[in-house]
Design a binder for this molecule. Structure first.
Ligand SMILES: Nc1ncnc2c1ncn2[C@@H]1O[C@H](COP(=O)(O)OP(=O)(O)OP(=O)(O)O)[C@@H](O)[C@H]1O
Ligand SMILES: O=C(O)c1ccc[n+]([C@@H]2O[C@H](COP(=O)([O-])O)[C@@H](O)[C@H]2O)c1
Length: 226
């Protein structure tokens, strides 16, 4: 399952879990994008932060793992490269690529879309506010896509970022460890916004690499804002 995961939220996790169950998948590999070129106009958090949040969010599920293939590749992230790299790492695996209805609607604009369906079977999951239609693939490859109805969770990373920026809670939209990571790294808050302790950040979080996590994040009581 590819995504920008800025931050990863329960909509992503439920989608992965539902598809894993439906297709009896052995493993779901979350692949945070390196350079999500179609989101360039927005400010995207450093790849290492998005990677670490995804590791934290998936750690409790033995069937979930996180791959660095996209964040370690230089240049715009294209799914055709993601799938080729994963295929090289797992030559005997049957690959499925999980997308939400919104991403699926734009799939014809993806780089080398004509090659994608040789590399993986595509699974589109329902998402509140978006139509899920096989027509989005045009007549590229009949049978290359399955559509799966999942429990509707109207959660988006945009909403989580907006809430965090405004000092509103993201508890229960994202896993607890991700709430703590957002707080620890001071993600999404405007640089001049006062923190809960009254201090003001003097510089943005490092643009490319998060500092090593040498100590666990201090516990934050539910109800406190990140
Ligand atoms: N609530 C959800 N339900 C189902 N699928 C989702 C949901 N949120 C995201 N997805 C899917 O997960 C994948 C990764 O999404 P992404 O990381 O861009 O999250 P997002 O919430 O869409 O982010 P943003 O709001 O920043 O655009 C995409 O295929 C997307 O369609
Ligand atoms: O290959 C492409 O051209 C392409 C264009 C847009 C998105 N994708 C992939 O779609 C997945 C979801 O992307 P996003 O931007 O909605 O987080 C992620 O794995 C992206 O790399 C891929």
């Amino acid at each position: 399952m590819g995504g920008t995961f800025d931050p990863v939220h329960h909509g992503h996790l439920v989608a992965a879990s539902e598809v894993a169950e439906r297709f009896a998948l052995d493993e779901v590999v979350f692949v945070p994008t390196g350079e999500p070129y179609q989101k360039r106009e927005h400010l995207v958090s450093p790849a290492e932060d998005r990677y670490l949040m995804t590791v934290i969010a998936t750690a409790s599920n033995p069937r979930f793992s996180v791959s660095r293939v996209d964040i370690d590749r230089v240049g715009p992230t294209y799914t055709v490269d993601t799938l080729r790299d994963l295929r090289a790492q797992h030559p005997d695996a049957e690959l499925y690529f999980i997308t939400g209805a919104d991403a699926l609607a734009a799939i014809l604009s993806w780089h080398r879309v004509e090659d994608l369906f040789d590399l993986a079977h595509f699974v589109g999951v329902t998402r509140p506010g978006f139509e899920l239609e096989a027509d989005h693939l045009g007549d590229l490859r009949p049978g290359a896509l399955d559509l799966v109805e999942i429990p509707a969770l109207a959660i988006s990373s945009t909403e989580c970022r907006t809430r965090a920026a405004e000092g509103r809670p993201v508890w229960y939209l994202v896993p607890d460890g991700v709430v703590q990571y957002i707080s620890k790294r001071d993600l999404y808050r405007p640089a001049d916004a006062p923190r809960p302790d009254g201090t003001v950040r003097t510089s943005d979080p490092s643009p490319h690499h998060a500092p090593p996590l040498t100590a666990p994040a201090p516990p934050i009581a539910p109800g406190a804002t990140p």
